[in-house]
Design a protein around this ligand. Structure first.
Ligand code: NAD
Ligand code: 6OH
Length: 485
């Protein structure tokens, strides 16, 4: 039964004159009517956030804010099944994934930053002076102000809370805009914030699109001090231009064209398991997914066949079925983009090892956004399908002869988010890992997370790092205080 999703502004759920549809990509059914925030609603949200900054939120101690965030995390856990259902309805992802990754991390992100801000310490220096008495320097952390949070559709609650947690813990107030494709879990989060007693104006939620809509209203707003954004690199460029007028602080997690490198000395079973996960998880819609797989020539033919077997046996199914491993893409529009790349691969002369088309079921799912898991080979490194982010269940697989060549191929990319290296040779692991131009390198693993570690990309993949103190450093600014003794 479709429901209405409103905006959450100054502690109230507000409607607007214009609505758009949130659609379930499993079968094309209507999930919700979403009230798009107009300019006046965004203005009101920014004003409410500004007003709450010195008031209820800024006046609270870090421990008080941490307690509040822990209460919100508890609220997510108390409504766990509702959050799972909302995430599944918007994305079609397997329920097993929403239950073990998306929603637990939604609560976990808030708890993690609540705890971190409770124990974070500052800097202190003793400085010599000519009179011999010296001076003390210490710094106090202050929030940036009003933060605009713009999040994508692939891991909706996880990526929203990954920004909200540190922003709020550090004492900022927030106006958040979830992706227009996936407003459901953010709307529930607003309810949980409200029920937890988060003061009005501290967290505001505005729905809408990018250009000429809530996204652009936020990024061009003079009342916003910082924008934290996860999404496509091209959108990052547009936001950077928009944010220039009042020199907003920017944190960007952008696209990727991540490499996996399988050396001859890899544990083959482990590398196959890891690569099938890294290519096809979340239907390939994780920024960290491997879209370029490089395999040592001595293993290449065997690896291609075995990866193909695994790709073909991935269970595509309804989200609620326990056996389901892979769901649809997020929307028909995104499917058009992915299918255009499948066609382009053919035009570029690729060998389609498996897949390459729409997945059909003969039931309501044929109204959804399903595509076949796809493996390409035989393309030159300069081909567009090897250079551009596709963001679907697809990789290009190519052989290499020598370690240096594998590193050069991995690094020959406009992106630099993540890489996965598969080898049993310890020296090689260290040697190669540090030469990869990416923000995150996994060895014999993929998407193994520790929330304290720096997370982000180089080149077109982003600006800055999130995670642990890296997040708190973005969401707060030190004021140095120098005391002459
Ligand atoms: P997107 O850039 O299309 O949209 C992301 C968000 O930006 C949405 O909320 C959208 O409404 C908003 N937006 C779009 N245009 C805007 C504009 N001009 N001004 C302001 N806001 C605007 O990205 P997406 O399609 O939702 O997500 C997929 C992309 O995100 C992929 O490129 C993926 O690699 C990337 N991603 C990166 C990371 C990372 O950590 N590096 C994580 C997840 C996703
Ligand atoms: C991108 O699609 C995935 C990002 C994941 C995280 O930011 C995380 O903290 O796990």
């Amino acid at each position: 039964m479709p429901h209405e999703i409103k905006n959450y502004v100054a502690g109230r759920f507000v409607a607007s004159g214009q609505q758009f549809d949130a659609v379930n990509p499993v079968d094309g059914s209507l999930v919700a009517k979403v009230h798009a925030a107009d300019k006046a609603t965004v203005d009101e949200a920014v004003a409410a956030a500004r007003a709450a900054l010195p008031g209820p939120w800024g006046a609270m101690t870090a421990a008080g804010r941490a307690a509040m965030l822990n209460r919100v995390a508890g609220g997510i856990e108390a409504r766990f099944d509702d959050f799972v259902a909302a995430e599944i309805a918007d994305t079609g992802k397997p329920m097993a994934q929403a239950r073990t990754l998306d929603i637990p991390r939604g609560a976990g992100n808030l708890r993690f930053f609540a705890n971190l801000v409770s124990s974070a310490c500052g800097e202190y220096f003793e400085t010599a002076t000519p009179d011999g008495n010296g001076a003390l320097n210490y710094s106090v952390r202050k929030p940036l102000g009003v933060v605009g949070v713009i999040s994508p559709w692939n891991l909706p609650l996880l990526l929203l809370t990954w920004k909200l947690g540190p922003a709020l813990a550090a004492g900022n107030t927030v106006v958040a805009k979830p992706s227009e494709e996936t407003p459901g879990s953010a709307a529930l989060l607003a309810e949980v914030m409200h029920e937890a007693g988060v003061p009005a104006g501290v967290f505001n939620l505005v729905n809408g699109f990018g250009p000429n809509s809530a996204g652009e209203f936020l990024t061009t707003h003079d009342g916003i001090d910082a924008i934290t954004f996860t999404g496509e690199s091209a959108t990052g460029s547009a936001i950077m231009r928009a944010a220039a007028t009042n020199v907003k602080a920017l944190s960007f997690e952008l696209g990727g064209k991540n490499a996996a490198i399988i050396f001859a000395d890899a544990d083959l079973e482990q590398a196959l398991d890891g690569t099938v996960r890294s290519v096809f998880s979340n239907c390939g819609q994780v920024c960290l997914c491997s879209e370029r797989v490089y395999v040592h020539e001595s293993l290449f033919d065997e690896f291609v066949v075995r990866l193909m077997d695994r790709a073909e046996s991935l269970r595509m199914g309804w989200p609620h079925e326990e056996q389901t491993e892979i769901g649809p893409l997020v929307s028909r529009a995104h499917r058009d983009k992915v299918l255009a790349y499948y066609d382009l691969a053919r035009q570029e002369g690729a060998n389609i090892v498996t897949g390459g088309g729409i997945a059909e079921f003969g039931d309501a799912r044929d109204n959804g956004a399903w595509v076949q898991p796809t493996i390409l080979s035989g393309l030159p490194e300069a081909a567009r399908c090897v250079r551009e982010e596709i963001f679907g269940p697809v990789c290009h697989i190519a052989p290499f002869a020598a370690e240096d060549q594998a590193i050069a191929m991995a690094n020959d990319s406009p992106y630099g988010l993540a890489a996965a290296i598969w080898t049993q040779n310890l020296s090689r692991a260290h040697r190669v890992a540090r030469r990869i131009d990416a923000g995150i390198v996994w060895v014999n693993a993929w998407y193994l997370r520790d929330l304290r570690t720096p997370f982000g990309g180089v080149k077109l993949s982003g600006i800055g790092r999130e995670g642990g103190m890296h997040s708190l450093n973005f969401y707060s600014e030190p004021t140095n205080i120098c005391i002459k003794l």
